[in-house]
Design a protein around this ligand. Structure first.
Ligand code: BES
Ligand code: MG
Ligand code: ZN
Length: 492
């Protein structure tokens, strides 16, 4: 996909997206076009309400046809970057329906949002809305994919800022799209070894180091909880470690990013019903998010040190799989009573976060996981649930998530909840009963980070979409890639 900025209103691209504020205010148009939009509004053809669109065909001289898609931005004083993403996504989907491969989107001049933010939001809305996962199907012959998006009518004095934002957003979009691709790849293909290989390739491209540890090395590290989950699968586990050191002067200041990497989760002997199992290729959504974020962080050469860790494996049934009632060990030395083999993510994460703290020396840590159905019950597919042990760290995350347009919400982590994961016959048990499932799952992971400032993001609802919604496409969403990027970029 080619992204470009132009100062001109028109170019050889005869497909144009024209943003319009509610009530009909439209920028960068000639008087007659402005009057036409006013007539649309007056006759109720098109209102400019957020996300509404109207297609218009113009016959130009020399027999050329120009197509315009008008898209509503809603009320001017209420415009936000997220609304820009949403509106542009709607417009670009109309462009796709017209079988066009290129389009311009006219810039939006507004005092309340910086040129950089407007530029990024337009590209994000446009590029992410166009995402398709077509590797496995025959596409019809008239199907066209958009391969060029240009922002038009950028004022001379804004070009430098717009170009800078374009360069930054390219890596963010690549990271987000990579995360979507990783999740969408089916689990018969996306086994732990392939996930590790993909991470390695991305590291070579973007400039971060990737180390892959195999089963023997994982055993040598004593990652017993991780190995118990992995045990039943013929597809061997991999521990994927990604290192980026962009701030050599502060070498001891390292953020750890840990992503849940279940390439498939059947539930194990606590088997999921088919309806709950069928989308479980998404259970490495946390891994996809950290791999995508590493790409963006390294490609944009952020001044920061980050080590990402993924304990990748499959939770399946075999004669030697772990069973409900088993008591297992962990790298930290704590014993765990397994009450439910479907609460496997927290077991892999326990060892992964402990490894990051103990062996990689990270001094703050974020883990991301498609961890609990309870997160969906609480917050739906709109918002990521967060718990942690450090409020100022949470405030940094919140600010980062707002820049990304990805919603987060903190749940309480009061010590009372820890009672639910105490076992009478081991140090911990892996389920905390029916209530507060997202909190107890998170607190379980928190038992393995020692005193390190820590945040846990449960992305069970946000990593996967059941249908298209604005710039979020059905399947893997790439959620949290951009939030993690801004968290690292704007580190305090
Ligand atoms: N991977 C699932 C959680 C999940 C559910 C992710 C729906 C995405 C969508 C996780 O491993 C799981 O099975 N969790 C159990 C925990 C329970 C057994 C305590 C759950 O949420 O039911
Ligand atoms: Mg499970
Ligand atoms: Zn799972």
């Amino acid at each position: 996909m080619k992204l470009a900025i132009q100062t001109e209103r028109h170019s050889e691209i005869l497909m144009e997206v024209i943003p319009v504020f509610e009530g009909g205010e439209v920028q960068h148009v000639c008087n007659s076009c402005a009057a036409r939009v006013q007539r649309f509004v007056k006759f109720g053809t098109f209102s400019g309400k957020l996300g509404t669109t109207y297609k218009f065909t113009k016959e130009k001289d020399l027999g050329l046809i120009k197509e315009e898609v008008y898209v509503g931005l809603g009320k001017k004083e209420e415009l936000t970057p997220e609304k820009i993403r949403f509106a542009v996504a709607k417009a670009v989907k109309e462009v796709v329906k017209l079988h066009k491969e290129k389009t311009t989107v006219r810039f939006i001049d507004i005092d309340t949002i910086s040129t950089e933010e407007v530029t990024k939001a337009i590209f994000e809305g446009a590029v992410l809305a166009c995402y398709e996962f077509n590797s496995y199907k025959k596409v019809s012959e008239d199907h066209k994919s958009i391969n060029e998006i240009r922002i038009a009518s950028v004022a001379e004095e804004k070009v430098a800022d717009a170009e800078k934002a374009k360069e930054e957003v390219i890596a963010l979009l690549e990271g987000t799209i990579a995360a979507r691709d990783l999740v969408n790849e089916p689990a018969n293909v996306m086994v732990p070894a392939l996930l590790a290989e993909k991470a390695k390739k991305m590291g070579e491209e973007a400039g971060f180091q990737v180390e892959i540890k195999d089963k023997n090395e994982i055993e040598a590290l004593g990652m017993k909880a991780f190995l118990e989950v992995a045990k039943g699968s013929v597809n061997e586990p991999k521990l994927i470690i990604m290192r980026y050191f962009g701030d050599e002067e502060n070498k001891s200041n390292i953020t750890g990013l840990v992503g849940k990497g279940l390439t498939f989760d059947t539930g194990g002997y606590s088997l999921k019903p088919n309806d709950g199992m069928v989308t479980m290729k998404c259970d490495m959504g946390g891994a996809a998010a950290v791999i995508g974020a590493m790409h963006a962080i390294a490609k944009n050469e952020l001044k920061a040190n980050v080590v990402a860790v993924v304990a990748a494996c499959e939770n399946v049934i075999a004669g030697n799989s772990y069973k409900p009632g088993d008591i297992i060990g962990s790298m930290a030395g704590k014993t765990i009573e397994v009450l439910n083999t479907d609460a496997e993510g927290r077991l892999t994460l326990a060892d992964a976060v402990y490894y990051a703290v103990e062996k990689e020396g990270v001094n703050r840590i974020v883990d991301l996981a498609t961890l609990t159905g309870a997160a969906l019950v609480a917050l739906g597919d709109v918002t990521t649930a967060v718990i942690g042990n450090d409020d100022s760290f949470y405030q940094e995350l919140k600010a980062a998530s707002e820049l990304a347009g990805e919603k987060v919400w903190q749940l309480p982590a009061f010590p009372e909840y820890k009672e639910q994961i105490k076992s009478s016959i081991a140090d911990l048990k892996n389920t905390g009963g029916r209530f507060a499932g997202t909190i107890t799952a998170g607190l379980f992971v928190g038992e393995f980070v020692k005193d390190t400032p820590w945040l846990h993001l449960d992305i069970a609802g946000t990593a996967w979409a059941n249908s298209d919604k604005g710039y979020i496409t059905k399947g893997g969403t790439g959620n949290s890639v951009r939030t993690l990027y801004y968290l690292i970029k704007n580190q305090k």
